[in-house]
Design a protein around this ligand. Sequence first.
Ligand SMILES: NC(=O)c1ccc[n+]([C@@H]2O[C@H](COP(=O)([O-])OP(=O)(O)OC[C@H]3O[C@@H](n4cnc5c(N)ncnc54)[C@H](O)[C@@H]3O)[C@@H](O)[C@H]2O)c1
Length: 374
Amino acid sequence: MTNREKESFEQLFGGIYRNTKVLVTGHTGFKGSWLSMWLEKMGAQVCGYSLEAPTQPDHISRLGLNMDSQIGNILDKDHLEHYIGTQKPQVVFHLAAQPLVRLSYEEPVETFTTNVIGTLNVLEACRKSESVRACIVITSDKVYENREWVWGYRESDHFGGYDPYSASKGATEIAVASYRRCFFHPKDFGKTHRMLICTARAGNVIGGGDWAKDRLIPDIVKSTSKKELVVIRSPGAIRPWQHVLECLSGYLTVGWKLLEEQVDCAEGWNFGPGDGDTLTVEQILKLVKECWPEMDYRIDSPDNHPHEARYLKLDTCKARDDLKWRPYWDAATAVLKTITWYRNFYEKSTILSEQDLSAYVQDARRGEAIWTKS
Ligand SMILES: NC(=O)c1ccc[n+]([C@@H]2O[C@H](COP(=O)([O-])OP(=O)(O)OC[C@H]3O[C@@H](n4cnc5c(N)ncnc54)[C@H](O)[C@@H]3O)[C@@H](O)[C@H]2O)c1
């Protein structure tokens, strides 16, 4: 990176992350690895706390970051508290979780334990630390009670969840709201406490570096790279698709606001794609095929699979109005970037993550994103 590029990265988000100590839980995973890279580029001092990378191949080990990486379990409360106490982060992005719907049917208790108790352990560790000023807890678009309706869910809608994963994330929202009311009430900020907490709910996130089981894009690229047919479960399922950098820009925006002590931002936020990018699985397959013509698929019988919601949309008016956040890559661009990333990985054994980040920031700058202005 040239000095000029370095400086321009450091100025993003009002320059708030430069020299700031940031903890990312789940840094060995898909989103956490991208977030750690972005933070490091902005001059943050990044540290991470997670189990080992959940898949092989993985993204984090290929990024060559300088961050302090601690392998640990968020259920190991003492270890986690010790780590936070020693590292003294000013802001925590909590992404460590059991994030898979189908695995949650096989391991419901483990899913609830990791997602709910694990989050409480993170909040407790933050509560005991004197350094943490902001905590951004990543939940999911699936936190809302799904009514199978065509409208997007708003932040004021009821939490719920049919499958154990969705319910565990709905329960996480309730746990965070309780901590906010009881220990970190925004109206008491600066009097009884110095930390602001929010939650962030994003859509179906795609991008290079994800090899998780039973997710559409990883399933497609794993099968296509081996010249096998992709097995599709629910071609008609409608989801809010977005590139990983889109939701990360939302997390970083709200983190910036919390670090600036904007107490009204200590609440829940949806970061989803534009309305036109809530597409069916079949529409995504068509976009993929344009980028990777060798991809082919067959549709599996729906009887072979546990329940998954059919319609899921997020309403993002609140983030657009209050944070002036908005997406910059539509679904077609997100798919193109993602498939190009994987083709490059499988065909040339290199990764395009830095290039994707630079291209995204450039497009956001062109679109006059609030977080690109100095
Ligand atoms: N990827 C998506 O489409 C999507 C959509 C909505 C929400 N989310 C949420 O975003 C967050 C990150 O998801 P992801 O896609 O990067 O998942 P991922 O599986 O790639 O990463 C999960 C991370 O959590 C860590 N982890 C799991 N259990 C842990 C434990 N007990 N202790 C410490 N670390 C543990 C893993 O090691 C990994 O680093 C999760 O909270 C997930 O629920 C993801």
